[in-house]
Design a protein around this ligand. Structure first.
Ligand code: TYD
Length: 207
């Protein structure tokens, strides 16, 4: 059985995760690897419903409530999708996982970091990805990339300073988890980022 079976992609809004998750999964499929991919928040019927609450603007949505909404999505995805797929020996690739909550609801919103970690462990029985690609991008550049998008959710509306705090959170997570989290320079072209991801993967993967 391979050493890497559970992979997450992380990064601030506009870092290009969704594009790279797709191309990386195509690469795995072409290699004959049995892979499923999913996204957070969402990925299950209940999770997709809760996603809309998590990303919607409410005048009085508290920071604690926001944390629990994202963790509700994760608990559901973990139980319904991730754990069964891993059990069946599949590789699992997720667009966002535990580090998003620590970066956004912890570092970004100012919830206590240990509490966020505790709630997250509860939602996932403490399971962490084997490998995390953190797509690092200059927040100003990410903002420019997102400028043309029609749909802007409540989190994206929080603006540049918020995204800068989240990025710093990700850099702290990278520092604290050097064996799991790999930084990818997402300021490069799409093709160069794809190549960096595959090269980092191949340096670690053993089937
Ligand atoms: P995402 O689907 O990656 O954004 P997009 O629709 O632009 O591809 O994520 C939606 C938003 O949810 C994003 O702003 C980050 C936020 N988020 C959190 O704040 N905490 C979390 O735990 C997760 C999973 C996402």
């Amino acid at each position: 059985m391979s050493n890497i079976r559970f992979i997450s992609f992380e990064g601030i809004d506009g870092s290009g995760k969704t594009t790279h998750v797709k191309s990386f999964c195509n690469y795995l499929i072409n290699r004959g690897i049995d892979v499923i991919s999913s996204r957070e928040p969402g990925g299950t019927p209940l999770g997709e419903d809760v996603r809309s609450f998590a990303l919607k603007q409410y005048a009085d949505k508290s920071k604690k409530t926001e944390l629990f909404l994202f963790e509700a999505c994760r608990a559901e995805l973990f139980k319904q999708v991730i754990a069964p797929a891993l059990q069946q020996g599949k590789m699992v690739v997720v667009d966002r996982f535990c580090d998003s909550t620590l970066a956004y609801q912890g570092y970004g919103n100012g919830n206590n970091l240990d509490t966020v970690k505790f709630v997250d462990d509860f939602a996932t029985d403490g399971l962490k990805p084997d490998l995390t690609f953190y797509l690092d991008i200059d927040p100003q550049k990410a903002l420019e990339r997102r400028a043309g998008r029609a749909v802007v959710d409540n989190i994206e509306e929080r603006g540049l300073e918020y995204q800068m705090r989240v990025r710093q959170g990700y850099l702290n997570i990278l520092r604290d988890n050097p064996n799991r989290v790999v930084l990818i320079d997402a300021n490069q072209s799409i093709d160069a980022v794809d190549k960096s991801i595959i090269s980092e993967f191949l340096q670690r993967y053993k089937d």
